[in-house]
Ligand binder design. Structure first.
Ligand code: NAD
Length: 494
């Protein structure tokens, strides 16, 4: 992958060739070689963390307005590279150029301008004379060097979600993107530097999770680990961070339910289910994966979903007419194929897809499965591919119980025209996001984050500052007495 001829590490404002091994990359949509990536050595990682530590005092002391100006310049600089970013995102992930152009890149640019504004609007309790002769106030302070680790499904957006709130709040950062998809994270950091964000504020190190990722979490100068990825790795990171008492922020896996009540618009629900389950080839942590459908609508819903899925065009992701690109890799397709095969063997019915198309590339047809048991693997475990399971229900209580019946709690949707029912469901479903008559839309102003095994902490929105700032109480006495009244509790006035 020719992101740069100067290496795949961006440290202290410049590219370098990493001192670790060099690994060949495969374009997942063609199966062909796409150059190679140099991995960071532990010395490179150390340099990146030291650069971030050295940049922290200056960056954290800038006024919010100055940091905001930097971010606005950055948005313009990155925006000028939109086409290049979209093409690279498609090449490294196999996702369609429509997704890269209309979702990944504009979403990232919107995030930058949102955080440029949010940097100037940190919130807290009003200062007040809560203890009588003194005034209490809140300071919200940057915490230091953040170590972040991101996944391969939306590499550019995940880098943005990790980096932007951290630096907007005055922190500096070392990000380790997925080793499968580092290209757009590198351009992100390069453009930030070109826009005037000082060297060392954003550093990118590329390498495998088990060595560079773990070393980043364990590094003594890193004060916080923020992670987006699988639940298993997230829990491992939490355990490592516990060794030094680091703060952690975990955005983990999902298994989102899509609940279709008996008064729903079936056509709208079917379209929502297909778009929601096949977005990014189903490699989306909030993708619709379990459709619970009122028994009276079940046949109409599944027939329509299968028809829409069968009509989807798979193929060259650079062709604007393609609906669904490839998966991230051949090994990932093998994992998905095996899960669908096990569901079939256990008695489930495959109404659409359930197979790879017969052309090169790591593609898998959009798949609809019925008659699976609620406690089976295909219903309970994250597939992370274009696979939707549909199951019938009869009562509202049953639907909510089924929707909540997995370890995960990232997102969910409910389809109904009854506002009272919609409000009950929004309250009862255990997930960080509940859509009503929609599935997928996200906005920079609203938080994204999980319940249960989907993690904790929020990306995007003003809530993300809770992760990346320390809150300090400052109390200023204006009591002129040498011996304060409350001190009598400790020792009497003398
Ligand atoms: P993953 O957990 O395998 O890898 C994520 C990142 O962690 C990569 O950069 C990887 O190199 C690194 N890593 C792996 N092992 C590590 C270790 N031992 N120590 C430190 N770092 C390590 O996940 P993935 O396959 O890249 O991404 C898919 C997963 O991400 C899915 O589970 C998906 O649901 C989740 N995801 C969640 C969100 C969210 O916001 N909740 C968003 C996107 C993806």
């Amino acid at each position: 992958m020719s992101t740069t001829t100067h290496g795949h590490q961006f440290i202290n404002g410049s590219y370098r060739v990493g001192g670790g091994k060099t690994v060949e990359r495969i374009n997942p949509a063609t199966g062909e070689s796409d150059g190679s990536i140099d991995y960071a050595s532990l010395a490179d990682l150390n340099d990146a963390v030291n650069a971030a530590a050295a940049a922290f005092p200056g960056w954290s002391k800038l006024t919010p307005g100055a940091r905001s100006d930097h971010l606005l310049n950055f948005a313009r600089e990155l925006g000028a590279r939109s086409r290049e970013l979209a093409e690279l995102e498609t090449r490294q992930c196999g996702k369609t150029i429509r997704m890269s152009t209309e979702f990944d890149v504009p979403g990232t640019l919107d995030n930058i301008t949102f955080f440029a504004g949010a940097a100037r609007h940190l919130t807290g309790l009003a200062a007040g004379d809560y203890a009588g002769n003194s005034t209490s106030m809140i300071r919200r302070e940057a915490i230091g060097v953040i170590g972040s680790i991101s996944p391969w499904n939306y590499p550019l957006q995940m880098a943005a979600w990790k980096i932007l709130p951290a630096i907007a709040a005055g922190n500096t950062i070392v990000l380790k993107p997925s080793e499968l998809t580092p290209g757009t994270s590198l351009i992100f950091a390069e453009a930030a530097h070109a826009a005037g964000i000082p060297a060392g504020v954003i550093n990118i190190v590329v390498g495998a999770g088990a060595d560079i990722g773990e070393a980043l979490v364990r590094h003594p100068l890193v004060v916080m680990s923020s992670f987006t990825g699988s639940t298993a790795v997230g829990r491992h990171i939490m355990a490592m961070a516990a060794e030094t008492g680091k703060r952690v922020h975990l955005e983990l896996g999902g298994k989102a339910p899509l609940v279709v009540f008996k008064d729903a618009d079936v056509e709208a629900a079917a379209h929502g289910a297909v778009a929601g389950s096949t977005i990014n080839a189903g490699q989306d942590c909030t993708a619709a994966t379990r459709a619970y459908v009122h028994v009276s609508l079940f046949d109409a819903f599944t027939t329509r979903v299968a028809e829409l899925m069968d009509s989807m065009i798979l193929g060259d992701p650079t062709d604007p007419n393609t609906d669904m690109g490839s998966l991230i890799s051949y090994p990932h397709r093998e994992k998905i194929t095996a899960m669908v095969d096990r569901a079939r063997a256990a008695g489930a019915t495959v109404l659409a897809g359930g197979r790879a198309p017969d052309h090169p590339g790591a593609f898998y047809r959009p798949t609809l499965i019925t008659s699976a048991a609620q406690d089976s693997e295909i219903v309970q475990a994250e597939v992370f591919g274009p696979v939707l399971v549909a199951l019938p229900f009869e009562t509202e209580d049953e639907a909510i119980t089924l929707a909540n019946d997995t370890p995960f709690g990232l997102a969910a949707s409910a389809w109904t025209r009854d506002v009272n029912l919609a409000m009950r469901v929004a309250a009862e479903i255990q997930a960080g996001c509940v859509w009503i008559n929609e599935h997928i839309p996200i906005v920079s102003e609203m938080p994204h984050g999980g319940y249960k095994a989907s993690g904790f902490g929020k990306d995007m929105s003003a809530y993300s500052f809770e992760e990346y700032t320390n809150i300090k109480h400052v109390l200023i006495s204006h009591d002129t007495d040498a011996h304060k009244q409350w001190q009598n509790t400790v020792f009497r006035q003398r």
